[in-house]
Design a protein around this ligand. Structure first.
Ligand code: A3P
Length: 286
């Protein structure tokens, strides 16, 4: 209902989580039709936890033989990472389409914001490799607040920080409750450690090389000694770095087919930016 404010008027609660209402059809369709394979790689995040970065890294690691990271024609130089690794519920299953994904070569790379509770059964039942990227909720919230304001029509009023924070703490945010999303995947990663890799944005920032090597092993694409000595790991990190991706022409001006501007996915790319916005009370509350 309109009188419940901006956030509620665009979100719909389904299986305990708040989904963008316009994308609910995609969720239902994905749940009904997606058939995971053992070789699939699924990247899972709550929005604004580093999805774009993880997509770029995964794409660069998996395709490094055909697309060496130092090449001038690398696809990540001309396509936003969201094009290289599509969201199941937002991109693959839209407008009542049931695409044939069987011809795609393995490993297929997909992503999703769906909570564990709403994942297509086949993802849980096959041996596909899930990476869950989590982030400090304070940074994720500030990033989400900026993102929401960026996507609002130019003539509409700004979503106030206090209002957004209050809703976030009540669990009303994109794919929220945030903590339920994270904790379910955390538990899953303990139960199914061979198939679910739980990673934090902050770890990736501090030890990118170590994390990338672990990810590549998890995806069964470990870096050889020769590759390491030739600097392939560093090249991938540099290709996918915030500075590089955010300064590419495609990410400055382009748009996704769903309408979001590519530059909406790049802001600061830092740990701890929340401290410029949070009061003491907010910090304690969150
Ligand atoms: P900030 O708003 O805090 O800067 P998502 O990709 O899940 O939408 O998350 C977006 C957040 O990740 C934004 O955070 C964005 O700046 C940051 N980000 C995008 N690309 C990144 C990269 N290559 N390295 C580090 N952070 C990145």
């Amino acid at each position: 209902p309109k009188d419940q404010g901006w956030v509620l008027s665009y979100l719909y609660q389904y299986q305990g989580f708040w989904h963008p209402i316009r994308q609910l059809q995609g969720v239902l369709s994905c749940q009904r039709h997606f058939q995971a394979r053992d070789t699939d790689i699924i990247l899972i995040t709550s929005p604004k936890c580093g999805t774009t970065w993880l997509k770029a890294l995964a794409y660069a690691v998996i395709n490094r033989k055909t697309n060496p990271p130092r090449g001038d024609n690398h696809p990540l130089l001309s396509f936003n990472p969201h094009k290289s690794v599509p969201f199941l519920e937002l991109k693959v299953y839209v407008d009542h389409q049931v695409p044939d994904l069987t011809e795609l070569p393995s490993p297929r790379l997909f992503s999703t914001h769906l909570p564990v509770e709403s994942l297509p059964l086949s993802i849980k039942e096959t041996g596909c490799k899930v990476v869950y990227l989590a982030r400090d909720p304070k940074d994720a919230f500030i990033s989400l607040w900026h993102f929401a304001n960026k996507l609002r029509p130019q003539n509409s009023c700004k979503l106030q920080l206090e209002e957004a924070f209050d809703k976030f703490c009540k669990g009303v945010s994109l794919y929220g409750p945030f903590w339920d999303h994270v904790l379910s995947y955390w538990k899953c990663s303990l139960e199914k450690s061979n198939n679910v890799f739980f990673l934090k944005y902050e770890e990736l920032k501090v030890q990118p090389k170590l994390c990338l090597k672990k990810l590549a092993e998890f995806w069964e694409r470990p870096f050889s000694l020769e590759e390491e000595n030739n600097g392939v790991v560093d090249e991938i990190l540099s290709l996918c770095s915030f500075d590089n991706l955010s300064n590419l022409e495609v990410n400055k001006v382009g748009k996704l087919s769903s309408g979001e501007q590519n530059n909406a996915f790049f802001r600061k790319g830092e740990v701890g930016n929340w401290a410029n916005y949070f009061t003491q009370e907010m910090t304690e509350k969150i």
